[in-house]
Design a protein around this ligand. Structure first.
Ligand SMILES: [Zn+2]
Length: 225
């Protein structure tokens, strides 16, 4: 389980933000903040009720995110509505919340001795319980240029006992190769390396993103998780 080793000890990771080509240079850092801040573990959303950890929280969030839209896509599209026209958040996120809570009712594993929910199976929070990072280094980010100009590199390293280690890296023009573990597209959707079973799958996911967001700029940020 090599990946879990990495996950435990590599506390600082790169996030790549895919920025639409029409965002002007002097608006870039503001745009990056708007995209990345909602993924901070302490970012304040209007309160929602979530199933507790003892009641399948992770599975329920995954179900709601894949069967409606991702929570962060809802938030992103909500935030770009002019404030005077914005509906109530709980109404806007209604489909997602219904999916979340109906799925948790099927699981129904609430633990009577749970400290968090006292056995109710639910808690209310203003934080999204599965957010990406606890702090972000420098709220600016580094502009790596056009997505099409980043070279891709998928290497195989031989390890003892016949184990092969695959490493996927990107190479910006005139810079060193680097690994990254997250991408956020301009619609707010986060991608996470650990949701893919291998470096090859992560590489394939990246290639789909390059195709889908082919005119984007890439800004690299460093987060701690
Ligand atoms: Zn609980």
């Amino acid at each position: 389980m090599l990946w879990s080793f990495h996950r435990k000890f590599m506390a600082h990771n790169f996030v790549l933000l895919l920025i639409p080509p029409d965002v002007e240079k002097h608006h870039l850092s503001e745009y990056c903040q708007e995209l990345l801040l909602p993924l901070w573990s302490e970012y304040d959303f209007p309160p929602l009720t979530y199933p507790c950890d003892c009641n399948g929280l992770g599975e329920c969030i995954k179900y709601a995110n894949t069967n409606t839209k991702h929570f962060h896509q809802y938030w992103r599209s909500y935030k770009v509505i002019a404030s005077e026209y914005r509906p109530d958040w709980s109404e806007y996120i209604g489909d997602w919340e219904n999916a979340l809570l109906s799925y948790s009712k099927n699981i129904n594993t609430a633990d009577p001795s749970c400290d968090r929910c006292n056995g109710s199976g639910y808690f209310t929070s203003t934080c999204y319980p599965q957010n990406m990072y606890d702090y972000w280094h420098g709220h600016k980010g580094e502009d790596l240029g056009k997505i099409a100009e980043l070279k891709e590199e998928l290497n195989t390293h031989e390890r003892p006992k016949g184990i092969q280690l695959h490493v996927f890296r990107l190479i910006p023009p005139l810079q060193k190769p680097f690994m990254f573990y997250h991408v956020v597209t301009s619609d707010g959707l986060p991608y996470n390396r650990w949701e893919y079973s291998s470096a090859e799958k992560w590489f394939e996911a990246w290639q789909v993103l390059v195709e889908q967001w082919q005119n984007s700029r890439v800004v690299r940020c460093l987060v701690h998780q």
